[in-house]
Design a protein around this ligand. Structure first.
Ligand SMILES: Nc1ncnc2c1ncn2[C@@H]1O[C@H](COP(=O)(O)OP(=O)(O)OP(=O)(O)O)[C@@H](O)[C@H]1O
Ligand SMILES: [Mg+2]
Length: 253
């Protein structure tokens, strides 16, 4: 697998090395932190099991099914109809699959690739919570990113999964500055496994996120991102640091 050099649009992907490692929580909070300063599109790429609308406790009037026939002519107005002003997140547009499975099944997975192409034309920052199924859709989605956050946690299965994904990501031509490894629930009890992970990813940029169980759960109950409900907790502070470093990178490119 070989692809072109990363494109310098603000197209950010979040990929969990396996299920449950915290990728939706991270994608939501990353997009929300970025949206404090700019317009951001948050895309839920999990067509059959979307979680982002649930984490925000919204059932959007318009969704990916409405956009699907019009992906090659996306407009600011269409995106504005998916923004979340009622959540004090007016800069954030949530593009979610329909929350009803029957409807979601009518959307071809490849629509996600066309969606990112359409969003690129509008030049806003986009964050996509990526599906974890390795197929042509995911390869093309990865190929259209400017930056990938690969989420890991300190468990034995996650180490094995991370090794598999790192091989693919390397083959796809992600260079150092295009990739950040996110160690979620860092600093836990499993020091030996965490040490093995740190050794495995020592050549990459690393972000550690604390285990903030109470704050993360509370944010989901309230239906808001953690960066708004608990801006000073450890998770939110780490996120804001990464947002600052991403913004610095964009201003250089
Ligand atoms: N840093 C953290 N501290 C505490 N709890 C967390 C943290 N990150 C995620 N969680 C919790 O872990 C669970 C899984 O998180 P999330 O849904 O974001 O993972 P995911 O990788 O998107 O899962 P899936 O594979 O189901 O899509 C959720 O209950 C979430 O609240
Ligand atoms: Mg998820």
């Amino acid at each position: 697998m070989q692809v072109s050099n990363r494109q310098k649009s603000n197209m950010i992907g979040v990929l969990g090395v396996k299920g449950g490692v915290g990728s939706s929580t991270f994608a939501l909070n990353l997009a929300s932190a970025l949206a404090l300063n700019e317009k951001v599109n948050l895309v839920d790429g999990n067509l059959q099991q979307p979680d982002l609308a649930t984490l925000l406790n919204v059932s959007p009037r318009f969704n990916l099914q409405d956009l699907s026939p019009r992906l090659d002519g996306l407009t600011e107005e269409m995106l504005a109809s998916m923004s979340l002003p009622e959540k004090d997140l007016g800069n954030l547009t949530l593009i979610t699959p329909p929350l009803i499975l029957d409807q979601a099944l009518t959307i071809a997975p490849y629509a996600l690739v066309n969606l990112l192409a359409g969003l690129r034309q509008l030049n806003h920052t986009t964050v996509i919570d990526l599906p974890k199924i390795m197929d042509q859709t995911l390869l093309d989605l990865l190929d259209s990113l400017s930056h990938l956050f690969l989420m890991i946690e300190a468990t034995v299965p996650a180490i094995a999964a991370a090794a598999r994904w790192l091989k693919v990501i390397n083959d796809l031509g992600f260079a150092g500055e295009d990739l950040t490894i996110v160690l979620n629930r860092a600093g836990g009890k499993n020091k030996e496994i965490e040490g093995q992970i740190l050794q495995m990813v020592k050549d990459f940029r690393l972000l550690k996120l604390a285990n903030d169980f109470k704050e993360v759960e509370n944010a989901a109950v309230v239906g808001l991102p953690l960066v708004l409900t608990a801006p000073r907790c450890a998770y939110s502070r780490s996120l804001k640091n990464i947002v600052t470093s991403i913004s610095l990178e964009y201003s250089r490119s």
